[in-house]
Ligand binder design. Structure first.
Ligand SMILES: *Cc1c(COP(=O)(O)O)cnc(C)c1O
Length: 463
């Protein structure tokens, strides 16, 4: 048995002359390919010698497939496309905000060539990477200047390190939040060299609580948006508008960490009010920080806007060198921001807003269409359209659930967990949600052009 299998096992040379392998070899280094073939045949020889080879004759097709799989998986590094059927619009695990197709061409131009990142084209001299956003942010928010860093955590860090190092910052106990498991205001403050002065209680803080703590060592009053939790009931906090006269009378600045950077009033989509950057500045914040990849719908980054004199200080802080962003982030952010100038097409152009602004009837129609597209002829499953709740996610509007529609599947032939796993492992990977022994695909976060993929995969798996 062993002998005849060993005799049948094709040589490395014979395998490399196989037509399928030959067609692959045009794009692959010959030496590398030979090594893979050698490893594969050595594996099979070892199996034969141990008496563990599973077939009676050598299965050449399987050997070729194994080699092909090795070659594809060896080069398949990095991130993979996922279809988000969870209904969570800003899903931190799934990359938060999907970026706009409207910027694709312009963005590609920057990616695959040189650009004026730190070059002043008019003067023909060195420029600053931060200048590209200045005019745009002024137009959109009225802020005097802007600086962009790696994420909002870095933004808060840079602000505190620049404006408050070695001094005290007053924050309400109701706003000492933890976001995403690792961002805790007290910790960030510690790293920045600023000292935290907590005031008030968890549920109530009054203007007087701030006033009593101000002394000659106070560098700033800070507000932190309680992004991912909501306090109900007997609560009170002091607004920026009310803090402003106090801050002014002591000549100290107000810092506002907004978290989600939103430029528009979300109430027009039937959502709760989320403080906008404009409102924060108008009420008297001197410096505002927010994320680029939350409600703004851009790339991961932290944006700091506000008074020119503070931003200028930040530009001189050595820490900036460690936190600064590259040309991809700056151009993607600038292009995303410029979409906000075209208010008419905003919901069309910014996917996060497309998803948030979908109306009930549209979602219902989308779910029904997805169901109709799915071939259930031989499926032993109960598949139907159901109402569901989607979330904004990403630490935005924590208590806000949006009415949505889902495809609900109760599979008969396989378990709900198996269905979830099969959808997840297929390519492109489809991530849904299990609840009450039912598998849900929320259509809010599925792009129109992804519907046919989802229906095809679901049909295949349920067949
Ligand atoms: C999300 C958030 C952060 C952290 O922002 P990243 O961009 O994730 O670093 C900080 N502060 C608040 C209030 C947030 O909501």
């Amino acid at each position: 048995m062993k002998k005849h299998l060993l005799r049948e096992l094709p040589s490395v040379d014979v395998i490399s002359r196989n037509s399928e392998i030959e067609s692959l070899s045009q794009n692959i280094d010959q030496e590398y390919l030979t090594q893979i073939i050698r490893e594969e045949t050595a594996n099979i020889r070892a199996l034969i010698l141990k008496g563990e080879y599973p077939h009676d004759d050598i299965n050449v097709g399987e050997i070729i497939d194994n080699i092909k799989n090795r070659l594809t998986s060896d080069f398949d590094f990095g991130l993979k496309k996922v279809i988000n059927a969870t209904g969570v619009v800003l899903h931190t695990n799934l990359g938060r905000a999907p970026m706009s197709l409207a910027i694709k061409e312009k963005f590609e131009n920057i990616l695959y060539g040189y650009c004026n990142l730190e070059y002043d084209i008019e003067k023909g001299a060195r420029g600053s990477r931060h200048d590209h956003l200045k005019e745009l942010i002024l137009k959109l928010t009225g802020a005097e200047d802007v600086i962009v860093v790696n994420n909002n955590a870095a933004a808060v860090m840079l602000v505190l390190s620049t404006m408050c190092s070695g001094k005290e910052v007053i924050v309400s106990r109701g706003e000492l939040v933890e976001i995403g498991g690792s961002f805790r205001i007290p910790k960030v403050m510690e790293h920045s060299g600023a000292f935290l002065k907590e005031v008030g209680s968890t549920n109530k803080t009054h203007l007087n609580d701030y006033a009593e703590e101000i002394n000659e060592n106070t560098a700033a009053l800070m507000k932190v948006h309680t992004s991912n939790f909501k306090m109900m009931g007997f609560t009170e906090s002091v607004s920026i508008k009310d803090l402003k006269p106090l801050a002014d009378s002591h000549n100290i600045p107000i810092i506002d960490d907004l978290g989600s950077g939103v430029f528009i009033d979300l109430r027009k989509y039937g959502l709760e009010y989320e403080p906008t950057i404009l409102d924060s500045l108008a009420q008297g914040s001197d410096v505002v920080t927010f994320s680029g990849d939350k409600l703004l719908g851009g790339p991961q980054c932290g944006v700091i806007v506000g008074k020119a004199k503070y931003i200028a200080m930040m530009k001189k802080n050595n820490l900036l060198r460690a936190l600064r962003v590259d040309k991809m982030t700056i151009s993607a952010l600038a292009m995303t921001l410029s979409l906000y100038l075209d208010k008419e097409n905003l919901e069309k152009n910014v996917p996060v807003l497309t998803m948030l602004s979908q109306e009930q009837c549209q979602l219902k129609e989308k779910a029904q269409r997805l169901l109709e597209m799915t071939d259930l002829k031989n499926a032993k499953a109960d598949v139907r359209v159901e109402t569901s709740k989607s979330q904004v996610g990403g630490g935005s509007l924590p208590a806000q659930y949006m009415d949505s529609y889902s495809i609900a599947v109760s599979p008969g032939a396989i378990s709900v967990n198996e269905l979830e796993q099969k959808m997840r492992l297929t390519e492109p990977h489809i991530v849904g949600r299990i609840s009450n022994e039912t598998y849900y695909l929320d259509v809010r976060t599925i792009f129109e052009e992804e519907l046919s993929i989802v229906s095809t995969k679901l049909s295949e798996i349920l067949k």
